[in-house]
Design a protein around this ligand. Structure first.
Ligand code: GLU
Length: 473
């Protein structure tokens, strides 16, 4: 079998959105699964709307997702000479011709066809005129007058298009620039692309593109047009359904592997399996199970998958992504044993990395900000004795382990006659500033002995000062 060569050809007129990422993923997975090639091509011929920022954003999002390419990025704007070479070939072989009809003339032809109850289109006037190139000529492809062009599609099955309804469409503008469909086909042919998976919004272009393949005598690639991604209300996914771009999901705290897992399930299935790691996907992906019906974007499902992927990673794997989110919160943390310990305490309770980062902030701020309500309830004069004992006993520990900490608690419980919760909760507020944190022992262990003692002492100071203040008042 020939090497499978797939491609992703985004137009750089915005960021990488969910639909585009899914198309890229399907093509990438198929290339990786078959040990084939995946080519990246930037379709930037719409110079008014294409920007360098969009190119950068698209490349960055693909890299973040881990979708790597074997060739490219190629830029269509750098390939005009290649397109022109093929256009000349088409003219020479008689498959295309120069046309000098003005827009007004073409409009008149359209009106005339409409009046006769036909599809409005160009009538082929210049077909036999044997014009040569000049400043006001375009190049049109000579399309068949009868018969059908059948798009054989591995997702949708066959779709037949009547050739009589396709006019001799323009493949080169009068300024010498190639039209979209021509450029795409020449790129796909010259890059050796043999498998094209794309959104079904492009299906209307496919018969035209097939006629160009035929005119050039080139092998037809395998086409698969996948249904669009819909929003929860079944309308086409748009901004009002929430975040649209992959970059936004990064900021919202999703793991790339969770995005990949979620995106692939928007239009592909493997029995009822929902959770996939990337390697597993590469092994199991196939074109046979691309879905025919549109899938709806469901944020809750994405969050639930994200949580599962967070649980399935090691603290080492989560450290990098977490540091990014901590930085967004103003915390300059390091990828070290301390951070890995912090992650261990938060991993089981985090659905997103933003949640994890917010929960991790207190670990990195010895200057604890006490939540007002929590401080009023738990950091009162009557707890000073407990806090003092905790600081002293913990400071005196030779080994700082779960067992030794449990012994400290037992000792204080015996000496004060207080229940565990009456000691643990004020201590939690003293150390984290709030009443919510990971389990007290895992949290104290992750924080380390020195920081723990330091923070208890600071809380003691805080209570003593506010006590003075209360006395004066
Ligand atoms: N550039 C097109 C887009 O961004 C893709 C064209 C194709 O897949 O053939 O929608």
């Amino acid at each position: 079998m020939d090497t499978i060569i797939t491609r992703f050809p985004p137009s750089p007129t915005g960021t990488l959105h969910i639909g585009g990422a899914r198309t890229a993923l399907f093509n990438w997975l198929y290339a990786r699964k078959t040990n084939g090639k995946f080519i990246l091509r930037i379709e930037d011929t719409d110079t008014a709307r294409s920007t360098k920022e969009s190119v950068d954003a698209i490349l960055e999002s693909l890299e973040w997702l881990g979708i790597d390419w074997d060739e490219g990025p190629y830029f269509q704007t750098e390939r005009y000479p290649i397109y022109n070479e093929y256009i000349e070939k088409l003219v020479e072989s008689g498959s295309a011709y120069y046309c000098s009809c003005t827009p007004d003339e073409v409009n008149a032809m359209r009106e005339e066809a409409k009046a006769r109850g036909l599809k409005p289109m160009y009538n082929g006037k210049c077909r036999q005129r044997k014009l040569t190139k000049s400043d006001n000529t375009v190049v049109r492809l000579k399309t068949p007058d009868s018969g059908v062009t059948i798009v054989k599609d591995i997702v949708k099955g066959d779709t037949a298009f009547q050739n009589s309804e396709m006019d001799d469409f323009i493949i080169q503008r009068s300024d010498g620039s190639a039209m979209y469909n021509l450029a795409v086909v020449i790129d796909d042919i010259t890059m050796g692309i043999n498998t094209i998976i794309r959104g079904d919004d492009h299906l209307i272009n496919t018969p035209k593109q097939m006629l160009i393949y035929k005119a050039l005598g080139a092998d037809m690639p395998v086409f698969g047009h996948v249904p669009m991604v819909l929003g929860s209300d079944k309308s086409r996914l748009s901004k009002r359904h929430g975040a649209m771009s992959v970059g936004e999901y990064k900021i919202l705290g999703f793991l790339p592997d969770a995005m990949i897992n979620y995106l692939v399930r928007l239009g592909w299935s493997h029995g009822d399996q929902e959770f996939f790691e990337k390697d597993d996907l590469i092994e199991k992906f196939d074109l046979e199970h691309l879905g025919r019906s549109a899938s709806m974007f469901d944020t809750d499902k994405l969050v639930s998958l994200n949580s599962k992927h967070i649980q399935n990673k090691t603290p080492e794997e989560l450290a990098g992504p977490l540091l990014f989110h901590l930085k967004n919160l103003g915390i300059d943390a390091k990828n070290d044993a301390f951070t890995r310990g912090v992650i261990e305490t938060l991993q089981p309770r985090s659905k997103t990395l933003v949640e994890m980062a917010k929960g991790a902030v207190f670990y990195y701020q010895d200057d604890v900000k006490f939540d007002e309500k929590a401080a009023k309830k738990f950091l009162k004069q009557d707890i000073l004795d407990v806090l003092q004992k905790s600081a002293d006993y913990i400071e005196g520990l030779e080994t700082y382990t779960q067992e030794s900490l449990e012994d400290v608690f037992k000792k204080i419980m015996a000496e004060t006659d207080l229940k565990f919760g009456k000691i643990a909760q004020p201590l939690r507020v003293a150390i984290t500033g709030t009443t919510v944190s990971p389990g007290i022992f895992e949290m104290l262990l992750a924080l380390g002995k020195d920081k723990t003692v330091l923070r208890i002492k600071r809380a003691i100071q805080f209570i003593s000062k506010s006590g003075l203040f209360q006395d004066k008042a």
